[in-house]
Structure formats: structure tokens, C-alpha cells
Design a protein around this ligand. Structure first.
Ligand SMILES: [Zn+2]
Length: 730
């Protein structure tokens, strides 16, 4: 009998069905938690997600619209019916609405851009005419400019290096750049730095049009008239309301003068379709674009400048509009002052079925299921706070103002913030604080993938391996692009960003085609991945809410951070080799002799040598930190008194804050986190150990040494923090 039992148990273990421990839970509480999770999962219902999406994506609902406000009120009433204490917190934010948009080719031929996407058959939402928000880039400055046109590929730093080699300047010109390759806001920022006076961004069909698949309505991709809206506010400097940096945009807040707001672009910028881009690009002549720059249009891509000249005129109505954040609270039974936060935005550019409603309906379904369990007496130990943010699209404004408003309290009370946004069919993507990696990995191992019946973790790992990655489940590092930014990068609160995707490709992002019919056909027809997201985020929320010991793992954190440092050291070495090789080729006149003598190409000159950088303070501190972490992890938390356990949790909650510095990053003090930041020249793209990494990338060697000192101090403080906890518990 005993042997049979052992065999059975072994089989169960092999099948992955047995789980006798959960990170952060004492064994006596594990079963109760697993039971709760099972009841939670059973309550999740895809029909709710479907119905709620139809309701909230019925009309356009950008910040300041009537329908947006109605959505906020309806979300509030839903949360109330599920037993949450709910309120709407409103801020008055600057939001530009386009009143005049003119783009015309003035020479050598004439063309007036249409700037309008067409309605398509089978999708009545695309036929709402004037109710649809005109296509534009929010926080472009007003402007009226006319100049020769220059094609700059994606308009990112390496494209300007290429132009420099070709001897082409954009000074006094209007640039046209392809979307993608970086976050859009980088394009006008760099163009202005290089002296351009206007910027046009277009969607090349190669990137998300017919080069990828059939176009809407036949397929999911961008038809010739589709235009991606989006913010170009300089978010890597600070996100949120442009007039109230670092403090809340309350009714009576002191506001900057608009002309002094540093995050509004310096030059006018407008997004257009490939139908409107084609006549402009066709009218360019001069140097033929390098092969890697060419897109999917049936033309020879020229760089210019000219002879095409364009006229761009943009005027906006700059007014304050109300941004309504919905905040719903379910009070914890044992630790009401420890909050687990969950958020997703509710505003969209147009209907936003995918972005953001697909994530929001998953969040709401989690909240409903948890609310039902609470009504039956299964309340969370810690307080849950569910948030539906407004004004995410123009620049993470709703969440940023709220975090700035409540920063002190949040730093005292929040255990972690879990963010979601658009969601679709495919693989689990999870990013965030690496101290949470072990816990997220454990949860991902228990969620069943709706299509393959393996765990979403196994499916993720399989995709990693196939794409040349390693066979482990890792969190990606957070840059920016959704509402986690104010939590982690400004307030130093541990954060996660979760979503499924990879099999839901399309060109609808921020266009009038991101509608319910499009979502149902191409994204997640049965809302199976919506339920999987609710399940994943819900379990993470419930574990953080009920864990005996807050489930952080610092050894995985340490190995990730060590890898980032190794990366920077290796990159510095390869920069050194590159410069040596380059200078040798200059000496040997190789560039000159290898070039086509009939073509005008600037012969490069020698570059400054890369100095040796002393990384040893960081390396040494990481060795010490490793020791400290292993001592900490030896503590047997099960034998702690109730009081010491409470003390331990209070201190663990604040561990992430030890990784920030009050002074923030160079030239952008709003960004306080020393491990993760959006890149100054990449936008959404992350830079890890950003102070040091960006100084080296910009070849600012004095700043690199300063930043190494600052980061070493951050590690030292973190070390002392963990060491003190360990000593006090011994
Ligand atoms: Zn979004």
C-alpha cells in the first residue's frame, strides 16, 4: 500500500500536479491558498470579458471625452457591485486637440495629404466619421513650416550616423521617418537636435502593412489609409502632465507656462499613412537609400534632400481636460496597511478594443472573482487596490499624477504594482522587478495555455529556445510604455507588467481599426487568453496578498544584475576594438580606396580611443552583496514570532526603494531607479543600470566614473539594508 502510494505521488509530481509548497507560504497555509486559487480560477468567465469589451469599446474614448467619463463611471459601478470601496480621482491635465492639420507637397509636383483613414466593410465602428479622433501626435508643438524633405529611415541615432557618412545634413529641412525602430517620440526629438524644422512619421507597408500579411478588412494589417496616433511627449525626461513635473495636476496646482514645458516637442510632427507618404517619397531624389533603409513601397527610395518640398502646418487647442482614475479598494483582513496594487488604463486613442480594453476586461474579471470570494468570507489578508487609469495614451498621465499625488503613502504601503495593457493570443510576456521573478515563474508554471495544454511557462520557454534564447523563464527589464513607469521608476515600488501575445499580429495599433470586430477576428476570438491573463495576474495578486513572507527572491535578482554589469563591460570592450579597427582603416586609407569614386561619400576621420573604465567598485560590491544575500536566504522564517514576521514584511516591502537615488538620473531627476529606465534615446526601450550604461554609450567618460560611484553607493545601501534585516532576525 505504502509503495503504491509513493508511486502515485511520484506520478503526480512528474505530471506537475503536486505542489506542496509555494514561495512565501508556510506549509500549514499552502493548501488553503491552493484551494482559494482553485475557486478563483473556476469563477473566471470569458463571456464577461467579451460583453464588457463590447460595452467599453463601443465609441471613441480618449481622455476628456463624454464616453470616456461614462466608462469611468460604469467601471466604478461594477467594482461597487462586487463589494469594492470605489472612488474616481480626477486631475486637470493639459491635452492638445488638433484643430488644423495641413501637409502638402509643394514642389516639384503638388499633392495634398488626405490624413483620413477610410471606413471598411464589416466594421461599422470605422464609419463613425467626425466622432473619430483625427490622426496626430499628441504634444507636437504648433508649427507652420515649409522646406526640402529628407528621408531618414527610422530617424534613430544610427541613421543619423549613416547620413553623416553620406555628407547629408537635415539642418533647416523637414524629415520623413518610418514608424518603428524605436519609440516614436525619439524621432522628432533627434530630428530637432540635428537642426530639422519639421518631422513626418509614416507607416511603411513592410513593417505593419501588406509586407506582413493581408490588410484590413481582409486581414489584420494596416491598409494604405491607416495611421498610428500616439504621444511624442518627451517621456524619457518625465512622463505625466507636461505642466506639473513631479507633482500632481490638481485643480489649483501651480502650472508651468506652456512655452516652458520641456516635454513638448521642439518641432511640429505629424503621423501619416503610406498612401499619403508615397507621393512625398516618390518626389525625392539624390542619394539612393542604403539597402537596409528601403521599405515595401514600389519605388526606389531616395534620401534627398529635395527636390521635394513640403509644407506642414499644425495647430492645436491646448486646454485642460479632466482625467478620471477609478480606484477600487478591498480592505485586507490582517494587514490593511499593506497594499497589493493592480492596474490597467481605460482611455484609448479611438475605440481601443485591444489597447487597452482587452487588458482591462481581464483585470475586471479578476476583481469580480476575488470580490465574490470575499463576499463568501474568503477575504485577502492584505488590501487589494484595483486601478483603471485615464490618460495613459497621451503620456501615462493619469497614473503618473496619481502616484505623484500619493507618493509618500504609496512608498509606505505598497507591496507591489501589477500592470497589464493590451492582450492577445500567444505567449506570456512578463517584465518587472527581478526580486519577483521566482514567484512569477512559479505561478506561470501552474497556468495552462489554452491552445496547447502545457503550462504558459513551458510554452514561453519553448518559444525562447526556438528563437535562440536560453531555457529559463526570465522577466524582461522594464523600460516604459505603460502605467508601471511611475510606480517603479519614480516611486521605487516593485512592479510587474504582464500580457499574452505573439500570435495576434496586426496593424491596428492606435488606428481607427482597433475595434471589437477586428479583435474578435484576429486577436483572441474566444477570450481564452483574456481568461489566462486574468488567471495569471489574479494568482500573482492573491499570492502577494496572502503570503506569510512577501515572496521576494534576491539571488535571482543578483544574478540578473550581475549579467547587466557583464554586458556593459563587454560592450565597452567591443567599442574599444571597433575604434582601433576604424582608426587603422583610416590610416590605411581603406575607406577611401574601397568607395565608389563617382559617389560623394565623406571619408571618415580617426576617432578618440576608448579609455579603460574602472568597473571594480561595482564588481566588488556585487561580490559582497552576494554574500549578504546568501546569509539572508539562510534565515528560517518559519520560526519567527508574529511580531518579527510583521517587521520583516514591512522591510521587504521597501527593499526596491533602496535601489533608487533621490537625485535621479543625469538630466532627468524624475527617474529615480538606478537599475531600470527607459533609454534617453530609445524611449520605451529599456536601459539597465542606466546611469553607467548611457554615459558609456554617449562616450561621456567623466560621467561614467561619476555614475559608477553613484551605482556603487546604491548597491552599498541595498547591502546594508539586507544585512540589517538579517542581523535583526538572527
Ligand atoms: Zn495601452
Amino acid at each position: 500500500m505504502k509503495q503504491l502510494f509513493t508511486t502515485l505521488l511520484l506520478l503526480l509530481v512528474l505530471n506537475g500536479y503536486s505542489q506542496n509548497s509555494i514561495i512565501g507560504f508556510y506549509s500549514e497555509n499552502t493548501n488553503k491558498q491552493l484551494q482559494l486559487e482553485k475557486s478563483f480560477e473556476e469563477k473566471l468567465n470569458a463571456t464577461n470579458l467579451d460583453e464588457w469589451m463590447q460595452k467599453m469599446a463601443a465609441e471613441p474614448h480618449w481622455v476628456g471625452t463624454k464616453f470616456g467619463e461614462e466608462n469611468a463611471k460604469w467601471i466604478k459601478s461594477q467594482f461597487e457591485s462586487w463589494g469594492y470601496d470605489t472612488k474616481i480621482e480626477t486631475y486637470q491635465i493639459l491635452f492638445p486637440y488638433p484643430t488644423e492639420r495641413v501637409l502638402e507637397l509643394t514642389g516639384p509636383t503638388q499633392y495634398k495629404a488626405k490624413l483620413t483613414a477610410v471606413p471598411v466593410e464589416g466594421d461599422p465602428f470605422t464609419a463613425q466619421g467626425d466622432a473619430l479622433l483625427p490622426s496626430y501626435n499628441a504634444f507636437s508643438t504648433d508649427g507652420d513650416v515649409e522646406a526640402e524633405l529628407v528621408f531618414v529611415n527610422y530617424g534613430i541615432p544610427k541613421d543619423y550616423e549613416e547620413l553623416e557618412k553620406l555628407g547629408i545634413s537635415v539642418k533647416g529641412k523637414i524629415v520623413i521617418a518610418k514608424y518603428q525602430g524605436s519609440w516614436r517620440g525619439i524621432k522628432p526629438k533627434l530630428a530637432a537636435e540635428k537642426g530639422a524644422i519639421g518631422c513626418i512619421i509614416y507607416s511603411d507597408p513592410e513593417d505593419d502593412g501588406y509586407g506582413q500579411g493581408d490588410v484590413y478588412p481582409k486581414g489584420a494589417y494596416k491598409n494604405k489609409t491607416g495611421v498610428q496616433r500616439g504621444s511624442v511627449m518627451d517621456m524619457p525626461t518625465y512622463p505625466g502632465d507636461v505642466l506639473t513635473p513631479g507633482y500632481a495636476a490638481t485643480k489649483d496646482a501651480k502650472r508651468l507656462d506652456r512655452k516652458d514645458a520641456p516635454t513638448i516637442t521642439k518641432i511640429p510632427v505629424l503621423p501619416i499613412s503610406y498612401e499619403d507618404a508615397l507621393p512625398l517619397l516618390s518626389a525625392l531624389d539624390g542619394t539612393v537609400a542604403p539597402e537596409s533603409w528601403r521599405g515595401g513601397l514600389p519605388i526606389t527610395y531616395h534620401i534627398g534632400p529635395g527636390p521635394a518640398t513640403v509644407h506642414l502646418k499644425l495647430t492645436f487647442d491646448w486646454k485642460l481636460v479632466p482625467a478620471h482614475n477609478v480606484i477600487a479598494t478591498l480592505k485586507g483582513t490582517e494587514f490593511p496597511d499593506q497594499w497589493v496594487m493592480r492596474g490597467n488604463h481605460h482611455d484609448a486613442w479611438v475605440h481601443g478594443a485591444n489597447d487597452p480594453i482587452s487588458g482591462l476586461v481581464a483585470l475586471m474579471e479578476e476583481a469580480r472573482a476575488i470580490g465574490e470570494l470575499a463576499k463568501k468570507g474568503q477575504k485577502p489578508k492584505r488590501t487589494l487596490v484595483f486601478c483603471a487609469w485615464d490618460a495613459e495614451e497621451p503620456g501615462l498621465i493619469g497614473s503618473t499624477e496619481w502616484v505623484e499625488d500619493h507618493k509618500k503613502e504609496l512608498q509606505e504601503k505598497v507591496v507591489a504594482y501589477i500592470n497589464t495593457d493590451g492582450n492577445g493570443r500567444g505567449f506570456l510576456g512578463a517584465g518587472g522587478s527581478h526580486s519577483l521573478q521566482a514567484m512569477v515563474s512559479e505561478v506561470a508554471g501552474t497556468i495552462v495555455d489554452p491552445q496547447t495544454n502545457v503550462s504558459v511557462k513551458d510554452r514561453r520557454i519553448a518559444a525562447n529556445i526556438v528563437n535562440g534564447g536560453d531555457d529559463s523563464f526570465n522577466l524582461y527589464a522594464l523600460g516604459s510604455g505603460s502605467d508601471y513607469t511611475p510606480f517603479i521608476q519614480h516611486a521605487g515600488i516593485a512592479a510587474l507588467n504582464l500580457g499574452f501575445g505573439g500570435e495576434n499580429g496586426g496593424g491596428e495599433y492606435h488606428t481607427i481599426y482597433d475595434t471589437y470586430p477586428h479583435y474578435k477576428r484576429f486577436k483572441d476570438p474566444e477570450f481564452a487568453y483574456g481568461v489566462a491573463l486574468a488567471n495569471t495576474a489574479g494568482l500573482i495578486t492573491l499570492r502577494l496578498a496572502n503570503a506569510d513572507v512577501i515572496p521576494l527572491n534576491f539571488s535571482q535578482w543578483h544574478s540578473t544584475i550581475s549579467n547587466y554589469l557583464t554586458e556593459i563591460i563587454d560592450e565597452t570592450e567591443s567599442m574599444r576594438k571597433e575604434v582601433l579597427k576604424h582608426n587603422k582603416m583610416v590610416s590605411l586609407k581603406s575607406y577611401k580606396l574601397a568607395a565608389d569614386p563617382t559617389k560623394k561619400v565623406k571619408t571618415p576621420t580617426k576617432e578618440y580611443l576608448i579609455p579603460y573604465v574602472d568597473f571594480s567598485p561595482l564588481q566588488n560590491e556585487l561580490v559582497i552583496l552576494n554574500e549578504t544575500i546568501s546569509e539572508f536566504e539562510k534565515i528560517n522564517t518559519t520560526s519567527l514570532s508574529k511580531k518579527s514576521l510583521e517587521e520583516l514584511n514591512k522591510r521587504l516591502m521597501k527593499a526596491e526603494q533602496m535601489l533608487t537615488s533621490e537625485k535621479g538620473l543625469p538630466r532627468r531627476p524624475w527617474f529615480k531607479h538606478q537599475i531600470y529606465a527607459p533609454g534617453f534615446y530609445t524611449g520605451y526601450g529599456v536601459k539597465t543600470l542606466p546611469g553607467v550604461r548611457e554615459a558609456i554609450e554617449q562616450k561621456n567618460w567623466i560621467e561614467a566614473q561619476e555614475q559608477i560611484k553613484i551605482l556603487t553607493n546604491t548597491f552599498k545601501n541595498f547591502n546594508t539594508y539586507i544585512k540589517d534585516i538579517t542581523n535583526d532576525l538572527k
